[in-house]
Design a protein around this ligand. Structure first.
Ligand SMILES: Cc1cc2nc3c(=O)[nH]c(=O)nc-3n(C[C@H](O)[C@H](O)[C@H](O)COP(=O)(O)OP(=O)(O)OC[C@H]3O[C@@H](n4cnc5c(N)ncnc54)[C@H](O)[C@@H]3O)c2cc1C
Length: 462
C-alpha cells in the first residue's frame, strides 16, 4: 500500500509545516509513517488489527495530551486514544487520523497510609500490582497483567477481586481528564460529579483520562490457580461450578472455561482466586477441588501479582483474536449444554469460552449510580476466539458470532463492553440500558461534536 499520510476528516492533506509547528510544542515523540518506529508503534497485540494512522503522538505528560487534542481539533482529525492498547477491536488505533498515545505515561504512586493509589493512564495492571504489592495492597483490576488500566476501568473492569471489592470503576476516587476542548479537569464525587458518573463504565466517550486515583485493599497473598478436567466431563464440571458459586463466599472469584492444554488437548478448567485468610480459603475451595477426578489441581498460595500473571501466556502478541460477550439471565442446564456443544465444534486450540460469575459487590451498587449498567446480570459468557493463521479468520469469526447468536434466547441482552470486538449502535444502547439517555446528555455537554468517536460510541443527545 502507499505510505499513509495525515488527512483531515474531509480527506484534505495536512501540510508538513503544520505538523512541524505541532512538533515544536510537543515533548514526547511524534511518529509519522515514514519514521523507523512507525511499524511497531501502529501495532497492538491482536494481529487482526491492521490500521495505518497518519500520526502517532506519544505523549510524555498531560501538557502533551492537551497539545495533541488542540492540534487534532484545529485540524479536524479523526482521533484514537491509546493507553494499554489491549482493546480487542483495536479502538486504540485509527486509519489516517491521529493516535493520542499515553502508553509511556506509566507512573504509579501508592500512599500506604490512606491506601490511595495514583495511576497514570498508560500503566498496565502489572505496573500497578508491582507497586501496590510492596505495601500489601491491591487495586481490583482485571486478570491479564498486560491489559491497560485506563481502558479497562473506563469500561467497568472485572477481575480476581470483583466479588469481594467490586468493579475497578467502583474503586475509582477521581480522574484527571483532558476534555475535547483541551481543558484539564478533575472528576470525582465532589468535582464535576456528572463527568465522574460517566467515566465509571461509560468508556472513553467524554475525554482523555490522564490519571486515575484508586482505593486499594489489603490483599497480598491469595490462594489461586487452575483446576483441569477432561473435556468429556465439561457438562458435569460446569454444573458443579454453578452450584459452588451459588453459596461461595465473596472472597472467591472463579471462572470456568472450555480451553485446550498447551499441547492441544481440549479440556474444561476452572481458575480460582481466594483473596481472604488462606486457611479459610482451603476450606472454602474444598467442594470445588474435591469434585470428580481432575487431571490437574494447581491451586496454591501465591502473591497476588503472580495470580494476575497466571494466564498472561494464553494471550500473546501476534495471534488473531475476535471476542464476543453476553450476560445470561441465568446459567441454565440448556445454556451449559449449548456452550459445551459449540465449544466442542471449534478447532482452534487457542480459543476459550469462559464462564464468569460476578455476583457480590458489583450488585450492591445501584444500577443508575454509575454508567456501568449491567449490575444484576451475574454470569458473563466470554467467547474468546484466537488463532494463528490469517487465512482462517473467517471461519473462527463465524464460529464466535454463531455461538453468540445461539445464546441470544438465554441472554439478558447486555454484554461486557470491555470484551467487544465490534458493536452496533443498537447493541451499545442495550448494554447501557436506561443509563444510555443520560450518557447521551453527558456526551452533548462534554463532547458535543463527537470528537472522541472511536469508542463504544454514545452519540450526543440533540
Ligand atoms: C488479554 C486481555 C485480557 C482482558 N481481561 C479483562 C478483564 O479481566 N477484565 C476486563 O474488564 N476487561 C478485560 N479485557 C478487556 C480490556 O479491559 C479492554 O480491552 C480495555 O479497553 C483495555 O484497556 P486499554 O487501556 O488497554 O485500552 P486501549 O486499547 O488502549 O484503548 C481502548 C479504548 O479505551 C478508551 N481509552 C483508553 N485509554 C483511555 C484514556 N486514557 N482516556 C479515555 N479513554 C481511553 C478509548 O476509547 C480507547 O479507544 C481484556 C483484554 C485483553 C486483550
Amino acid at each position: 500500500m502507499s505510505t499513509p499520510i495525515l488527512t483531515r476528516r474531509d480527506g484534505t492533506v495536512i501540510d508538513n509545516a503544520i505538523i512541524d509547528a505541532f512538533r515544536n510544542d510537543f515533548r514526547g515523540q511524534i511518529i509519522l509513517p515514514a519514521d523507523a518506529g512507525y511499524e511497531a508503534a501502529r501495532r497492538i497485540w491482536n494481529a487482526s488489527i491492521d490500521k495505518h494512522p497518519g500520526l502517532i503522538a506519544r505523549c510524555s505528560g498531560v501538557a502533551d495530551v492537551v497539545s495533541a487534542v488542540t492540534f487534532a481539533r484545529a485540524n479536524n482529525l479523526l482521533v484514537a486514544v491509546r493507553s494499554g492498547g489491549h482493546n480487542v477491536g483495536g479502538r486504540a488505533l485509527c486509519d489516517d487520523g491521529i493516535v493520542i498515545d499515553l502508553s509511556t505515561m506509566k507512573g504509579v504512586f501508592v500512599d500506604p497510609r490512606s491506601r490511595e493509589v495514583l495511576v497514570q493512564a498508560g500503566a498496565t495492571l502489572g505496573d500497578v500490582d508491582r507497586e501496590t504489592h510492596l505495601h500489601g495492597l491491591a487495586v481490583p483490576l482485571g486478570v491479564v497483567s498486560r491489559t491497560g488500566v485506563a481502558g479497562l476501568t473506563l469500561g467497568g473492569g472485572v477481575g480476581w477481586l470483583v466479588r469481594k471489592y467490586g468493579l475497578s470503576c467502583d474503586n475509582l476516587l477521581s480522574c484527571d481528564v483532558v476534555t475535547a476542548e483541551g481543558k484539564v479537569v478533575t472528576a470525582s464525587a465532589e468535582i464535576n460529579p456528572d463527568l465522574f458518573w460517566g467515566l465509571r463504565g461509560g468508556g472513553g466517550n467524554f475525554g482523555i483520562v490522564t490519571s486515575l486515583r484508586f482505593r486499594a485493599h489489603p490483599v497480598s497473598m491469595v490462594l489461586g490457580g487452575l483446576i483441569v478436567h477432561a473435556r468429556d466431563q465439561a457438562g458435569a464440571v460446569i454444573r458443579q461450578y454453578r452450584s459452588f458459586m451459588a453459596t461461595a463466599p465473596e472472597e472467591v472469584t472463579a471462572y470456568a472455561g472450555l480451553l485446550s492444554t498447551p499441547d492441544g488437548m481440549p479440556v474444561v478448567g476452572m481458575i480460582v482466586c481466594y483473596c481472604g485468610d488462606l486457611a479459610e480459603g482451603e476450606k472454602a475451595l474444598k467442594p470445588l477441588r474435591s469434585f470428580g477426578s481432575p487431571l490437574l489441581d494447581a491451586v496454591q498460595p501465591m502473591p497476588f501479582p503472580a495470580m494476575q500473571q497466571l494466564i498472561d501466556g494464553a494471550f500473546p502478541d501476534g495471534n488473531h483474536n475476535y471476542w464476543k460477550s453476553t450476560f445470561l439471565k441465568e446459567l441454565s442446564d440448556e445454556a451449559i449444554d449449548l456452550i459445551v456443544e459449540r465449544a466442542n465444534r471449534e478447532h482452534s486450540p487457542l480459543t476459550t469460552v469462559v464462564i464468569e460469575f460476578y455476583g457480590g459487590a458489583p450488585g450492591r451498587v445501584g444500577h443508575a449510580d454509575t454508567a456501568f449498567a449491567q449490575r444484576q446480570a451475574e454470569y458473563n459468557i466470554g467467547i474468546l476466539a484466537q488463532w494463528t493463521d490469517a487465512a482462517d479468520s473467517e471461519k473462527h469469526v463465524a464460529w464466535a458470532r454463531d455461538l453468540s447468536d445461539a445464546l441470544e434466547p438465554y441472554s439478558s441482552g447486555g454484554y461486557l463492553l470491555n470484551f467487544g470486538s465490534e458493536e452496533s449502535q443498537a447493541a451499545i444502547k442495550t448494554a447501557f440500558g436506561s443509563n444510555h439517555a443520560w450518557l447521551a446528555e453527558l456526551k452533548a455537554k462534554y463532547d458535543p461534536t463527537n470528537f472522541f468517536s472511536l469508542t463504544q460510541n454514545v452519540l450526543p443527545a440533540r
